[in-house]
Design a protein around this ligand. Structure first.
Ligand SMILES: Cc1ncc(COP(=O)(O)O)c(C=O)c1O
Length: 386
């Protein structure tokens, strides 16, 4: 019998009801929903947008970054070659920036990539992953794809840490404890003593400290990798460095964790332009510092403004603030009509919206818009009572 006929005959014997399916964990997984203002902004070309919904930087990266990218593109750019393996040059610069050896750093495609990597390498099906909530919800997808049991720890007060709740939830099969420091969206921070307590009480689990907003908060737990084998600190160039579009993040961890992650990490996955951009960004720390200073001052200006308007307002150590309003959804819509895009967080926190903070100048412009919008909102509220 001819070969193709033989194969045909064998295929015919396959069970008819067999259908193509993803793995069990993926079947049950809800995707992360990237609610972004980008489409609306692109539709309204006549309007000046204030994109304050995703905690990105509100200014461009350092001119040195743009110069380095232009230089690369206009010279012998080697776009036809794979990127520098394992982001070697960037890692050398990062090593000075974080004051830790290169062997303890992995450069990733944004810090999301690092969060996923740690889950892939350490979480078995059914392992427990502890997450104080509210949190950065994209993380659920990373643990969800491992079919982990995600244990969400609510706090009696969302604006306070819940060390006791976290410690109580630790079991023998706990594999990850995910702490966002400062937390997105609440701004809550676990202090070093609390992190040390968690690390000590769960030596069999990895404590991920997500420091996406480190540069704004100025407090890091990265030095703890010298003492603890079970801590991973993730950071990013997407926020204070203004490089969200380039997707550069990194993690720092003990030799044991890095060595295991390197078994599956794709050494050519980080794009070359991103590497070049991040290296140049680290060469201009003055640009970073001046932006962080401006954002910090702008948060105080906003605080005074909302106080004067009698609106419930919370600042955070990161580059976003929270505004509470009984008509939060209408507020989001009215702001959007005026080109100010903020994030509705009412599903996570009663009546709260989250707004990124930019420079002092941008903040003054935003406050002018708020003035108009809050006046409108007051009218709507009054009419609804009549
Ligand atoms: C807490 C937190 N972690 C990680 C990320 C993702 O950062 P990256 O752009 O580095 O993937 C974000 C983005 O909003 C975040 O808020």
């Amino acid at each position: 019998m001819k070969l193709d006929k033989m194969i045909f005959k064998r295929n015919k014997n396959l069970k008819k009801e067999r259908i193509l399916e993803p793995i069990e964990a993926i079947k049950n997984l809800s995707p992360y929903s990237p609610t972004s203002s980008m489409d609306t902004i692109n539709e309204r070309i006549e309007q000046k947008p204030y994109k304050l919904d995703w905690n990105e930087a509100t200014i461009l990266p350092s001119p040195k970054v743009l110069a380095a990218m232009n230089k690369y593109l206009s010279g012998m750019n080697h776009l036809n070659w794979y990127p520098e393996i394992l982001s070697k040059s960037l890692k050398t610069k990062l090593s000075s920036y974080v004051d830790l050896p290169e062997k303890n750093i992995i450069v990733t495609n944004g810090s999301d990539d690092a969060l996923e990597l740690v889950n892939k390498v350490f979480v078995n099906e059914g392992d427990r992953v502890i997450v104080p909530i509210p949190t950065y919800t994209h993380f659920y997808v990373h643990s969800g794809q491992r079919n982990a049991e995600i244990v969400k720890i609510a706090s009696p007060d969302v604006f306070k840490t819940n060390l006791e709740g976290v410690l109580k939830a630790i079991t023998d099969n706990t594999k990850i404890i995910y702490i966002v420091n400062p937390n997105n969206p609440t701004g809550v921070m676990y202090n070093e003593h609390q992190i040390r307590t968690i690390l000590t009480r769960a030596p069999h689990a990895i404590v991920i400290v997500d420091e996406a907003y480190y540069e704004f908060a100025g407090i890091s737990m990265s030095h703890l990798i010298k003492e603890y084998d079970n801590i991973v600190v993730t950071r990013t160039f997407s926020k204070s460095f203004g490089l969200a579009a380039q997707r550069i993040g990194y993690m720092v961890a003990s030799d044991m964790i890095v060595e295991n992650c390197m078994k599956i990490f794709n050494p050519k996955s980080v794009n070359r332009l991103g590497q070049i951009a991040a290296e140049a960004a680290l060469d201009d720390i003055d640009h970073l510092n001046s932006y962080v200073k401006s954002v910090t001052e702008a948060k105080y200006i906003l605080k005074r403004y909302f106080l004067s308007r009698g609106i419930e307002f919370r600042t955070t150590p990161a580059n976003y603030v929270l505004i509470q309003h009984t008509m939060a959804k209408t507020l989001v819509q009215l702001l959007q009509d005026e080109g100010v895009y903020v994030r509705d967080r009412t599903s996570q926190m009663d009546g709260y919206i989250r707004m990124s903070v930019g420079t002092i100048e941008q903040t003054e412009e935003v406050m002018e818009i708020f003035d108009r919008v809050l006046d409108k909102l007051e009218k709507i509220e009054r009419n609804s009572f009549n």
